[in-house]
Design a protein around this ligand. Structure first.
Ligand code: CP
Length: 311
């Protein structure tokens, strides 16, 4: 099945996920192929981004396409009151593909419903970040040599963290066991726990970040406490530094343990972890380029035969 717009990871079957990861692997072998010549991608970033926007734009450039767009919505006519619908309809006159990040949950789905141009959700509020999930799955498969039967520990802001919400859905095809570590204020929402229960996914909730849990873990997925999601900044101040991973905490960890983080980090991973071979977050961000190339080809209907003949 081909995906026309990628707005949520739950629209991807297991086969879709594996196809996109396999195609990403071919892009890792050779990211420079002129298969988007004549195509224009619009990157509409209503919220800040470094990795997602720059890796999508690099992906298009390396494939021979061109990019238009904005990274600061205050410079666009949305600041004059233009609706999202009007912006999307107008940009659809110019571009073959829309890649958008927006603070409103459901914004990308709405955009995909008002235009025939493919839309890729680059993050919508606390809801979904499906391209991040696919690059997380790629990173997990690259480091563990499998996706099935892994123990994944998620740490930090599990309430507002769209990457952890999407990763639960993405991993649901692969029989994971989760540990959710968060302060009470930032616990995994009921919706995601209900999803786990419905799909017979094992999970355990904790408030303490202990070495005992780290030592049972294959993937340690650290997250930032996101200041921009809090309406009560006093609450943010109370929880912002609640968990900090330090190198000394990894001494008894499994050889195959890898530490992932969608980035940016603030304080949650101490800098002494960076030189540990188990730290994978910078390579994870690199994988975003190849996975986003595969996603772009997926939504534009560029099939895998063409990808392999261009390799
Ligand atoms: N992981 C991620 O979405 O990073 P950016 O906010 O920098 O795009």
């Amino acid at each position: 099945m081909k995906i026309n717009s990628l707005v949520s990871i739950d629209q991807c079957s297991k086969e879709d996920i594996l196809r996109i990861l396999d195609n990403a692997r071919t892009f890792e072998e050779n990211p420079d192929r002129k298969i988007l010549e004549g195509k224009i991608a619009a990157t509409l970033f209503f919220e800040p981004s470094t990795r997602t926007r720059l890796s999508f734009e690099t992906a298009v450039n390396r494939l021979g396409g061109k990019v238009v767009g904005f990274s600061d919505a205050s410079t666009t006519s949305s600041s004059k009151g233009e609706t999202l619908k009007d912006t999307i309809l107008v940009v659809s006159n110019y571009a073959d593909l829309i890649i958008m990040r927006h603070h409103l949950e459901g914004a990308a789905r709405y955009a995909s419903e008002v235009t025939a141009v493919p839309v890729i959700n680059a993050g919508d509020g606390a809801n979904q970040h499906p391209s991040q999930t696919l690059l997380d799955l790629y990173s997990i498969r690259q480091t563990q040599k499998r996706l099935n039967d892994l123990t994944i520990t998620m740490v930090g802001d599990l309430k507002y963290g769209r990457t952890v919400h999407s990763l639960i859905v993405g991993m649901s095809h692969f029989s994971p066991t989760f540990h959710f570590i968060a302060p009470d204020e930032l616990r995994m929402p009921e919706e995601q726990k209900h999803f786990c229960n419905h799909h017979n996914i094992r999970y355990h909730e904790h408030t303490a970040f202990t070495e005992d849990i780290i030592n049972q873990t294959d993937i340690l997925y650290m997250t930032r406490v996101q200041r921009e999601r809090f309406t009560d900044l006093e609450e943010y101040e109370r929880v912002k530094n609640v968990y900090i991973l330090r190198n000394s905490m990894l001494e008894g960890s499994r050889d195959n343990l890898r530490i992932l983080h969608p980035l940016p980090r603030v304080n949650e991973i101490a800098y002494d972890v960076d030189d540990n071979p188990k730290a994978y977050y910078i390579s994870q961000a690199r994988n975003g380029l190849f996975v986003r190339q595969a996603i772009i080809c997926e939504v534009l209907g560029i099939n895998s035969q063409l990808l392999s003949s261009n390799s």
